[in-house]
Write a protein that binds this ligand. Sequence first.
Ligand code: NAD
Length: 494
Amino acid sequence: MILPTEPQPFQMLIDGRWREAQSGERFHSVSPAHDVSVAAYPLADAADVDAAVAAARRAFDDGPWTHMPGAERARLLHSTADAVRAHIDELARLEVLESGKPITQARGEMEATADLWDYAATLARHVYGDAYNTLGADKLGFVFREPVGVVGMITPWNFPLLIISQKLPFALAVGCTAVIKPSELTPGTTLRLAGLMMEAGLPEGVVNVVTGYGLPVGARLAEHPDVDMLSFTGSTAVGKRIVAASQGNLKKVSLELGGKNPQIVCADADLEAALDAVVFGVYFNMGECCNSGSRLLVERAIAEDFVEQVIERARTVPVGDPLDEATKVGAIINQAQFDKIMAYIDAGQQEGAALRLGGNRLASECGRFIEPTVFDGVAPTMTIAREEVFGPVLSVVTFDTPDEAVRIANDTMYGLSAGVWTGSVDTAFQVSRSIRAGTVWINCFMDGYAELPFGGYKESGLGRELGRFSIDEFTELKTVQLHLGPRTNWWHRG
Ligand code: NAD
């Protein structure tokens, strides 16, 4: 594939129109693998956020979207799914150029994105409440579900189109409107998605996209008094700032945050399958993945052999140009993330873990790549066993009993996901029930379905995305009570 020779120009979408920022300034995204400018975007500030929120507010309060039959909203969501499928190659290429992820993986993410839109469309026709016919002869009670209102959405750079598609179609399905702030590193596919929706007939103001940095754009969205809900995916540190910023109007907040996810491998597991999943789990998306299986908890009886095999397999993982069809691990997103990962690798060595593989920058003409890295002999107290590295670094900890594995697994501030590998149904379910995490995979890892809710315990998040539960996330409950027949006056009651 040919690299861009000049940045592709984009504008923001506000109130159905493509616009520059009010400041007139622009910023560029840069390919992590090729060091070339990929695209140029309007550099928004708080005034642009205010304009976008005003448009979303109007579209929610006055527009046709909220009161449209669910079947009509479903049609638009299905059309968006079709449009994503029709543009897979274009979207995947843009995603690769801005994020550094491998092209084959990016195509898969576009397929998964289209599926999310199709699934959310089915929910648009299932937003219903309750009726109570049991309150007495003269009373009826109804519980309606109503859209929460204007939803601010702030997304990260690691799965740009997939993550916005875990929020936007679900919010739209129930009748909300949205203002989106994609990561400043990867806004391209989110803007293309908005363009495809406009072509499919989305009414103006229903979806608005503002491009710029966390400060001031994300912060203004999080504090905005006319935003009813803020749906955030990103780091735990910024998630806490979102909660603080939301206090002004007590908006609803949902958070999808970081993880330090264990894969527990017991001696009685299918070790060949576990081996493949461990290597996939930690190096997928360069380890820049909230679900990264960055901790391997392996039973002591098999640890030596198993870790040896992990190292041999990891050594052969193809790292390199993400536009190459054979690549499995691409480039690290930017210099700051690269430095952070290298600092964790230093910390692992300083604190006495054994560096068994990798740990270095890979030589390359451009971009920045890190060798698949394995640390053995990691104590649960070490930094690399506790903190999210967000890079291709595996920390191996050993255990003697499933109870000990669970204790180690739970001994972090995170609780996003976990994997357990065992041939015993008892162990599989005992471990699954004891792990404090939003998702547990038994004899599989990082599978995902639009039907199944996703989110974190503890400091990995608040609320859930996906599945029919997402209707609850993006709606308010309203109780409506009806009196039948003549009213018994207050002063006549006993
Ligand atoms: P980040 O928290 O730095 O940024 C996320 C978004 O927040 C970006 O759009 C950024 O511009 C914006 N932002 C930054 N400061 C802000 C502020 N003060 N107010 C409002 N918005 C602000 O995260 P990142 O580096 O883009 O992504 C990596 C993190 O995301 C990792 O911790 C990862 O685990 C997490 N993540 C979680 C999930 C999940 O579903 N749980 C999925 C993907 C990534």
